[in-house]
Design a protein around this ligand. Sequence first.
Ligand code: HEM
Length: 342
Amino acid sequence: MVGRHAAGPGPGDHRADPADLQGLHVRRGPRRDRPDLDAAVDLYIDILESLPRRLATTLVPFAIPGLAQRGRLREATATIDARIRTIADGTAAPPHYSLAEAVLREVERAGLPRDPELVRDFVLQLHFAGLTSVASTIVWSLLLLSLHPAQARQMLDQLHEAAGGRVPTPEDVKRLPYVEAVLNESIRLYPAAAWEFKRTLGPLDLGGHRLPEKSQLIVAPWVTQRSPRSFEDPLLFRPERFLGRADYDSGSFLPWGTGERSCIGKSLARNAFRSVVGGIVQRFRLDLVPDQHIEPHPGYLGTRVLPRPGVLVVLAAQDGDTERSAARVHGSVVGAVPGTGA
Ligand code: HEM
């Protein structure tokens, strides 16, 4: 719904119907090419998102006998494969823009076989890893900013000073330390991957426990990033804690993972955050609809935590009065009134 006003509000157009911020999350942008491929990828993701949470511990849903959605997942996979094959063997005209085409080019450049299944896996991996992660981070940070007007004000002032109303670019990064801090604080409290699986490659001593080779571990940034051992007042939204430091290096701040398999999209995600959130905040006030109840809810194989049932806001032209965006909101999200409401 936010996109509806993207051209900028006109004079007098200061209030609009409440919009669901979650709309940012479910809408995956315009589809200009290959609707069949895009629809199949969307269907695939929708099915994964709708899987019961008790299945969250399996990362390979195809392998579960009797899974009701298996047939639909197979169909979606077949559609994706068929479409990618036509692009790979040249029977389909190259579309105006195509992630599959771009991946194919890179696969060739790397000297790998022009294998449609390899391309499909890359495309799905990029969709899974790169879309909802950024979207959920944007949604959480906008919600946190609406709930915390002083911090929103500080971010707005810095954006005006550094970008003067235009969408921030990667070159602006050094002049936007507070914006970076807001991103860090948002993914500290609401990491896009609340937990991840890891497996020990060899025997390991960990916190006084002896773990054998191939032990399955869960690393949970949701837990470590809210620990009072590493963060003072961990349940407060306080971007200032990140000022003057690029990252927390304590081993407990792990929103991008760590080691060889850490996020390869970190810079892209940071640029997207700076541009999208920086652009939105400079143009709009997102006034929370009072007395709504919002809870963090695990979705997307259980690892992506989303605000449910959504976040209702009213868009207004940005006039710097950030206090007006804050409202009494119920639930357990940071900044809400805990344990109250419906
Ligand atoms: C706010 C946004 C994002 C967050 C918080 C995030 C977080 C993560 C995390 C926690 C991991 C797992 C690291 C590990 O296992 O140690 C990961 C992996 C990955 N991410 Fe991201 N990510 C984001 C955006 C993106 C974007 C935009 C892309 C690409 C377009 C991307 C591509 C990947 C890929 C391909 C992997 C797997 C890397 C591997 O297995 O070697 N991510 N990300």
